[in-house]
Design a protein around this ligand. Structure first.
Ligand code: ZN
Length: 342
């Protein structure tokens, strides 16, 4: 990236109300069939325009074509029954209705590649595409077949690698794997979580990122955060091994979190995509607040390795709020760019 401090979003953006019920995650589609396909593409064009208008440098699909960042991918695989959903506890925290694995999993056809090609046609800006990571996938389903989280994670890693290679060929510049589960299951992360993630990025030439966070700004997550105390040291568990991995970028939660900044030193040498926008509040940050967060991070990261971003998925936010937050992010980054250039 030639531009210093390129801005991006960590994940989803709000959907228009004609596409899906707003201010909600896992929101069902408002249309079906041909109309739905057309509406998804229109929403994608719209979200791209909004990102461009706000001054975001690395753009994405804002997850306009998927219902949820994990289950939509899983539902497109063979060996999965998504009609008979099961309610399971995910992230060791809250109940969710998820698909079931009923046989050997495989990918018969690309899942997001056509959407990525469509996005690529619409813009010359760098594009980032998010996929779920292997560990977060196995934590967002019911497994009635493999009966081994690790075994299934390796299967998913192979499938993700196939998809990632086709996304790269479609012109995606950064492929991001979302691994909120890395902040919960520490032993598994170090035993096989990071290893399966590296399997998923094997042979890729584009940039790769892992996004590790404390979840959407929903009540279950906000309540959980209250139990974490004054210092959130979860990143300490995964960072040393991630620092040794082939992943290029680590995306983390920062704004209004209690993550001690100096933990960033544990991923020395990596590019850091830092969440400078809080998604758990409708209050729009001022550009100066964003700049302040970035200044603090710059004590631990070289400027050429800092990627200002949002904390996480913005899908549940009102669209106006999301637009305001994106603008604050790019204006905050601009303040720092100016400071660095003098
Ligand atoms: Zn996240």
């Amino acid at each position: 990236m030639e531009l210093l401090l390129p801005t991006s979003t960590a994940g989803s953006l709000p959907k228009p109300s004609w596409l899906a019920e707003p201010e909600k995650i896992w929101s069902p589609w408002a249309l079906e069939g041909e109309q739905l396909s057309e509406a998804k593409q229109d929403a994608l064009r719209l979200t791209l325009q909004e990102q461009r208008h706000a001054g975001i440098d690395i753009v994405s699909d804002g997850e306009q074509t998927r219902q949820h960042f994990v289950t939509t991918f899983i539902e497109h695989l063979d060996g999965v029954d998504f009609e008979n959903r099961k309610t399971v506890k995910i992230r060791d925290r809250y109940e969710a209705s998820v698909p079931s694995v009923v046989g050997a999993v495989s990918r018969q056809r690309p899942v997001f590649v056509d959407d990525a090609k469509f996005l690529r046609q619409q813009t010359d800006q760098p594009i980032k595409w998010a996929l779920p990571g292997p560990m977060t996938m196995i934590d967002t389903l019911y497994d009635g077949h493999y009966k081994s989280r690790e075994k299934l994670a390796w299967e998913f890693a192979k499938i993700l690698n196939q998809e990632a290679k086709e996304l790269e060929a479609a012109g995606v510049d950064i492929i991001q794997f979302d691994e909120p589960a890395f902040n919960v299951f520490f032993d598994d992360v170090n035993d096989w979580g990071i290893a399966t993630l590296e399997r998923a990025i094997e042979g890729l030439k584009c940039e790769t990122a892992v996004h590790i966070c404390y979840g959407y700004g929903i009540k279950a997550n906000n309540d959980w955060k209250k139990t974490l105390g004054s210092e959130w040291r979860q990143y300490e568990q995964a960072f040393p091994k991630l620092q040794q991995s082939n992943i290029d970028i680590v995306s983390l939660e920062c704004q209004n979190s209690h993550v001690p900044m100096d933990l960033i030193e544990l991923i020395r040498g990596k590019k850091v995509m830092v969440g400078a926008i809080d998604v758990a509040t409708n209050t729009i940050e001022t550009p100066e607040e964003v700049a302040d967060t970035l200044r603090k991070v710059l004590q631990f990261v070289d400027a050429d390795k800092l990627y200002p971003s949002t904390n996480c998925g913005m899908a549940p936010l009102p669209r106006e709020v999301a637009r305001g937050k994106l603008k604050a992010l790019s204006e905050g980054a601009a303040i720092i760019r100016k400071e660095l250039s003098v």
